[in-house]
Structures are given as structure tokens and as C-alpha cells.
Design a protein around this ligand. Structure first.
Ligand code: PHE
Length: 453
């Protein structure tokens, strides 16, 4: 029998998982949320959510994967879950697949903007109205959105088809350091600009009046999406770890690297935006409307624009492959497909399902279900309902079904010294996984589905 794929080293896992975690949520969503939700107050809230929910769920998922050594559906049954848990696992895999479809439609526009940057089309603006019109002229064109969606899936397919070690691990080991280099370059550039201090001040002085229950929920949702939890990715990536690998040393650096990227990107964007006297509160349009105007006014803006969109592209592609991988692992582990066949099936599916999303900006913009376009609906369903549900399932499974005693014994494997030295960790592990994370997720879940109004 062929042996199952695995990472070449612990660093391989850390880079791949960090590649998955660092994505559009760090470079796009985090800065605009900070910009429109009160600066440092939001950051503080987000860090609390990370400690109480994000990290425990992340740990639970990697543990499920590492202990079961298989794709999410059979992972639950191998650890003692019944047929119902298998279905939960399948639902989790499906969530990952849906994410990979709409994520690609959105990331396609980033590839398109990267091409625009190369062609010098992002440095020609003198007013906000012009950048808005330029953005609209691009996304109004169905060929533009669909072909870049296709190009993005195609590039992901090439990486995935080369395998776990030679594809995902190798790409992440090249892309992640590159991402940090570009990011640090942009931060240095930002800080060296006149008035950059205003941006830093904005970022690190909290405006508590902006912290509303809705903002708390946004921070909770962000901590989920940014760590790629709740949809099978971390279970699958954990399943490629050797059975005795130390889960704590594998997971902590990933959370740290992910948070660092969110903070550094915010520093880069805010110093640059404030340096030309603009405001960072444009919401999701920050990178399409505000930044091109900034690039047009700064010396060297042409290169800054290229580097910025390259950064976003790198972050997005290492996330996209990780959203597709659970479905691929499922087809290989349970349907006994060859890796290449599985990759082509999942990629074609994600492309097809992503088409209506890519058309949601143009041809299908008037087609609304519950007041949302198809893209908005899929994004909402995944981020606010399915992903929290998947995360909830993981902590409930580990805390109550597999039981935290058994899970804790698993977590100790290869880790005995750490757990003897840091006794508080056992306490943290038990209470966050068993009680705090499930309760808080339930709260997000209920309020997002409108039950709490
Ligand atoms: N973590 C990725 C980001 O920050 C998004 C993602 C979610 C990727 C789920 C894969 C799986 O953008």
C-alpha cells in the first residue's frame, strides 16, 4: 500500500499552515476593519478573541488531524465519533470547498489588479472619483472577472498537483519569506513618509466609543476566518504531521506569524494612507479605491503598487490551496483517487461554482437571494454560519466526545516537557476547548443568523 502524504519537516507544516492562515483576511479585511471600527480598540478585542477562541479551535483541529492521520470525515470516526460525526466531517469538507470557490473569484480580482499595477494603470489618478470609476470599469466586465478567477484556480492547481511536500510545502517555503520581505519593505517605506506618525497614532490609540456588540462579533469572526479554522483545512494539514509531533510548538508560531502580518500590514497601509492626508475608513474598498489614489501621489508609487498587489496575491494563493486541500484529501483517502485526478476534480468544481460569484459584480449583480448577490450570500453563509459551526463541532468533539482527557493525553505526546513546565496550559486547554470557546462561538453563530437581532 502507498504511504500517505506528509510534511517533510515541522517547519514545512509551520510554513504551510501560516501560508493558509495569512490571506485576504489579514491584508485586506483586517486593515479595513481596524480603519472603520475604532483602531486599537478593535485590535485589542481581536487579540482577546484569538486567545479565547481562535487558538483553542486551531489546536483542537490540528490535534484531530494529527491523531487520526486522515481527511476530516473519517478523522471523526477514527477517533470514536459515530456516523453522525462522519456527516459533520463531510459538511466541514463541503464548507472548505465553497470557500475555495468564492475565495478564488475574489482573489481573481487581485490578480487582475496586479496586472493593472504592472501596466501602470494604478498610478494615474488625481481624485477618488477616478479610482472608483476605474474599479467599476474593471469589475463590470464579466470576461475580466471570470478569466482572472480561472487564472487563479489554474495557478493553484499547478501547486496542488505537485503534492503535499513538493507542491504545498515548497510553495509556502518560497512564498512566505517573500511575503515578509515585501511587507517589511512596505512598512519601512510607510514609516519613512511625512505624517506617517498620524497613521501609527490612529492605529494604536483606541476609540472605545466605536466598540459596539456588532464590532465584537466582527472581531470574533475575523479570528476564525484568519486562522483558516472551521472548514477542514487545519484538520487536513494536521493529518500530514507525524503522529508524535509536538502540537504546541507547531501551532503557536502560526498564530504569531498570522497576527504579525495583520499588524504589519495595518502599519504599512495606515502610514501610507495618512501620509497623503486620506482616511482609512473606506471599508472593503480601501485597497481598490483609496490605495490607487495614494500610489498615484507618492514618488515610486508604480513600484509600491506592484509590490502591494504581489503581496496580496501571494497571501491569497497559499490560502486558496489550503481551502481546496480538505476535499482533495477526502477524495484520495476515502474514494481512493489518484492525487492528480482528485486535484483536477476539485479545481474544476471550484471553478464552476465560482463562476456565478465572479459574475456577481456584473451580469448577475441584480440577481439577489435574501437581498444578497450570490457572492455575498456564499461569503455570508460560509463566514458567518458554516465556519463557526465547523469550529464549534471541532471543540465540542475534542472537549466532550473524544473527551478532553484523551485529547490532552494526545496533546502531551512529544510535548511532555512543555506541559510539565507550563502547568497553566492544562487549565487553559481544558477550559477554553470545553467551555469558553463553544459558548462564545454559539454567541457569534446566533447573532450572525439574526436570532439575537
Ligand atoms: N485564512 C485565510 C485568510 O486569512 C482564509 C481562509 C479561510 C483560507 C479558510 C482557507 C480556509 O484569508
Amino acid at each position: 500500500m502507498k504511504t500517505r502524504a506528509s510534511w517533510g519537516s515541522r517547519a514545512g507544516f509551520i510554513f504551510a499552515a501560516a501560508g493558509s492562515a495569512v490571506g485576504l483576511a489579514n491584508i485586506w479585511r483586517f486593515p479595513y476593519m481596524v480603519g472603520s471600527s475604532g483602531g486599537a480598540g478593535f485590535i485589542g478585542l481581536y487579540l482577546i478573541c484569538l486567545a479565547l477562541i481562535g487558538f483553542p479551535v486551531f489546536l483542537a483541529e490540528v490535534l484531530i488531524g494529527r491523531s487520526s492521520q486522515t481527511a476530516p470525515a473519517s478523522a471523526f470516526s477514527r477517533l470514536g465519533g459515530g456516523p453522525l460525526w462522519r456527516w459533520v466531517g463531510k459538511g466541514i469538507i463541503l464548507t472548505g470547498f465553497l470557500v475555495s470557490a468564492f475565495y478564488s473569484a475574489v482573489a481573481g480580482t487581485i490578480v487582475g489588479y496586479f496586472v493593472e499595477a504592472l501596466r501602470g494603470n494604478l498610478t494615474i489618478f488625481s481624485s477618488a472619483g477616478e479610482t472608483v470609476a476605474h474599479h467599476a470599469s474593471l469589475v463590470d466586465n464579466p470576461w475580466w472577472t471570470v478569466s482572472f478567477h480561472f487564472a487563479f484556480i489554474l495557478m493553484s492547481t499547478f501547486i496542488l498537483i505537485s503534492g503535499v511536500r513538493k507542491g504545498i510545502e515548497r510553495a509556502s517555503k518560497i512564498f512566505m519569506p517573500l511575503l515578509y520581505i515585501i511587507l517589511i519593505g512596505l512598512v519601512i517605506k510607510g514609516i519613512s513618509l511625512p505624517h506617517s506618525w498620524d497613521g501609527i497614532k490612529f492605529l494604536f490609540s483606541p476609540d472605545w466609543s466605536q466598540i459596539t456588540p456588532m464590532v465584537i462579533l466582527l472581531a470574533l469572526g475575523q479570528s476564525f476566518f484568519t486562522l483558516s479554522i472551521g472548514q477542514g483545512t487545519m484538520i487536513t494539514y494536521g493529518s500530514y504531521l507525524p503522529p508524535r509531533e509536538n502540537v504546541v510548538t507547531c501551532t503557536l508560531p502560526v498564530v504569531f506569524m498570522d497576527t504579525l502580518v495583520s499588524l504589519l500590514t495595518s502599519i504599512a497601509i495606515f502610514t501610507i494612507v495618512f501620509s497623503v492626508g486620506l482616511k482609512p475608513d473606506a471599508g472593503p474598498a480601501l485597497i481598490f479605491h483609496t490605495l490607487p489614489l495614494v500610489f498615484s501621489q507618492l514618488p515610486g508609487g508604480y513600484f509600491l503598487a506592484i509590490l502591494f498587489f504581489l503581496l496580496v496575491f501571494i497571501a491569497a494563493i497559499t490560502s486558496e490551496i489550503s481551502a481546496m486541500e480538505p476535499s482533495i484529501a477526502y477524495l484520495i483517502d476515502e474514494k481512493k483517487m489518484k492525487r492528480s485526478t482528485a486535484v483536477v476534480c476539485v479545481a474544476s468544481g471550484a471553478f464552476l461554482v465560482g463562476i456565478p460569484c465572479a459574475l456577481s459584480w456584473n451580469i448577475l449583480s441584480g440577481f439577489k437571494i435574501f437581498g444578497r448577490t450570490i457572492l455575498e450570500l456564499m461569503d455570508f453563509m460560509a463566514t458567518s454560519l458554516l465556519i463557526p459551526a465547523g469550529g464549534l463541532a471541532a471543540v465540542l468533539f475534542v472537549g466532550w466526545f473524544w473527551t478532553h482527557h484523551a485529547a490532552f493525553e494526545e496533546a502531551r505526546k512529544g510535548n511532555e516537557e512543555f506541559f510539565t513546565k507550563h502547568r497553566w496550559f492544562a487549565f487553559y486547554f481544558k477550559w477554553t476547548i470545553k467551555v469558553i470557546a463553544p459558548l462564545l462561538i454559539l454567541l457569534v453563530f446566533l447573532s450572525a443568523s439574526g436570532i439575537l437581532g
